[in-house]
Design a protein around this ligand. Structure first.
Ligand SMILES: Nc1ncnc2c1ncn2[C@@H]1O[C@H](COP(=O)(O)OP(=O)(O)OP(=O)(O)O)[C@@H](O)[C@H]1O
Length: 283
């Protein structure tokens, strides 16, 4: 598969504060990548450098171009939504669709209208008359209607209700199968995107502390549900993290642990549990 994004030694500092410390990354066509990290980990900074919205040191190549010097060209093939939906407040919804159709060669107005038909957004309402969630829905509809090779979504469902969020990720997946897009998505609600990802990246301390395909997660991590009488034996095997539950304790392990089966029930941890365990360990 063709490499669409290539980073080598990506380093970014704001003044004396280093946010990204020599990141290497390759993303191929057709991947759906979840970028996860604690607040301030540098997720948006990383995405901004990919989009040419911020400069950084190192080699940055997106669709074969350097984003900072070919931003306009790149943004015809890369669609993105930032973590704050920002649309002209005085415009009416249908005017915004007309406007986007007139400036973006790969915007499909009918497709955008189709997405909006599934919302409560009135076509003649001005942006300022919409609720916060509706503005985000409108922004998402505009972005999703762009026929882009790469879709970059920075916390796309922030502030949206549960029903819409689930529907959105479902549509994202359907859209992915229809268009073979490459998608990079950040969110703090990892459990909501886990089922659509092909790969996950955990950014911590300026580096990726985990870069794994979703298929490999089950062989790399396991979770043990253990009763109190076996707890010390389980702890001796060096878990990444431990938490108390109503029925005893749950310990998360990295790597194969053949001895675990005799101590309790072994399952595959959720991405959220792995993330919390890795972030806690790194801290
Ligand atoms: N323009 C800027 N000037 C100075 N510092 C900045 C700037 N933008 C980001 N930072 C700092 O860089 C770090 C990473 O910020 P960034 O927004 O990339 O994190 P994030 O992982 O997206 O966080 P969140 O999950 O809270 O959105 C933070 O410490 C932030 O304060």
């Amino acid at each position: 598969m063709e490499t669409l994004i290539r980073l080598e030694g990506l380093t970014k500092a704001f003044g004396s504060k280093k946010v990204l410390s020599g990141i290497d990354l390759e993303i191929k066509r057709g991947e759906i990548v979840g970028l996860v990290g604690v607040n301030g980990a540098g997720k948006s900074t990383l995405l901004n450098t990919l989009l040419g919205l911020d400069s950084a040191e190192g080699h940055i190549e997106v669709l074969g171009q350097a984003p900072m010097t070919h931003r306009a060209k790149l943004l015809q093939r890369v669609a993105y939504i930032a973590d704050v939906a920002c649309l002209p407040r005085w415009m009416r919804v249908n005017q915004l669709l007309d406007y986007t159709a007139s400036v973006h060669p790969r915007f499909d107005r009918a497709r955008c209208q189709g997405i909006l038909d599934g919302t409560q957004i009135p076509p003649r309402a001005r942006v300022r008359e919409l609720s916060k969630g509706m503005v985000t829905q409108l922004h998402l509809a505009l972005v999703m209607a762009i026929d882009a090779d790469i879709l970059v979504l920075d916390e796309p469902t922030l502030g949206l209700d549960l029903v819409y969020r689930q529907g959105f990720y479902q549509r994202l997946l359907e859209d992915f199968f229809d268009h073979q897009r490459t998608i990079i998505v950040t969110t703090h609600q990892v459990e909501e995107i886990e089922h659509i990802l092909t790969r996950v990246l955990f950014l911590h301390g300026g580096r990726f502390v985990l870069d794994s395909s979703i298929d490999d997660i089950a062989s790399r991590y396991c979770q043990l549900q253990v009763a109190s009488d076996q707890l010390e034996a389980a702890r001796a095997l060096g878990p990444l993290a431990e938490k108390a539950t109503m029925g005893g304790h749950v310990l998360t392990f990295e790597g194969e642990q053949a001895q675990l089966a005799g101590l309790g029930k072994v399952t595959t941890p959720s991405l959220a549990d792995i993330f919390v365990a890795k972030a806690g360990r790194a801290a």
